[in-house]
Structure formats: structure tokens, C-alpha cells
Design a protein around this ligand. Sequence first.
Ligand code: FES
Length: 146
Amino acid sequence: MPSFITIGELARRTGVKTSAIRFYEEKGLLQALRSPGNQRRFLRSDIRRVSFILIAQKLGLPLAEIERELSALPQGRTPGVEDWARISRSMRDAIEAKIAMLERTRDRLDGCIGCGCLSLAKCHLYNAEDLHGGEGPGPRLVLSDA
Ligand code: FES
């Protein structure tokens, strides 16, 4: 027997404003059922769905990608371990790329980032004559995974 919660309970537990929950609903990221009094009712498992949205947003994933991932989940029933495992596999590459970029940022932010400014003594070692500028725009030593 599924357990239902109100939009207020969903907002309280996730820390997401009710207006944002209604926005997610409009976008099809989650689906509310209606009580006999026409009030929104969510599956308790929607706490996990909204939590996933929060995590994905913190990771900087675009809304379109979050929508695409969540569209693989069943609506109207509690997703199971296999449903979440499928999403997890699908997102693994994007998460690994984020981790790698965060590590490069952590390791390089006080040194040459390959942006073309050549303003640090280290630039002449790591980006002599703006060699990395030929790979594309921006701070190549942080943005590029090569
Ligand atoms: S920090 Fe800009 S090229 Fe080195």
C-alpha cells in the first residue's frame, strides 16, 4: 500500500519550496495525484525523486538532462532499486567528468590554468606561448580532460 504525503510535507522534508515542487510537476519531473478535495498528494517515494533533482542541480546538470533521466522512472508507483540503478549507470560518466574537473580545479587554481593570460611565472612552463590556446577557448588546463 503506497504512502502519500502533502506538498507541504514534501517541501519540509526536502527543503524545496512548494513553488519549486509545482514547477517540477509542470515540467513533468514528478506527478501529483489528487485527493478527493483536489489537493496534491505525492508518493512518499517522491522525496527521493526530488532529492535526486537537488543532487543533480548541485552537480550542475542542466534541467533538460535531469528531465531525461527522470523520464526513465515509472510515474505513479515507487521506483525500485533497478530503476535507480539504471539512472545511476546512465549518469556515471557525467559524474566522473565532474569529479575530474573539480580535481583539476582544486589542483590548479593557484597555478597556471591555461587561459592565455601568461601572467604567472608558471605560465611560461605550463602554457608556453599559449600553446593550449590552440585547443580551444577558456582555461584549457581546467576545462579540458585531455
Ligand atoms: S594562468 Fe593564464 S595562461 Fe597561465
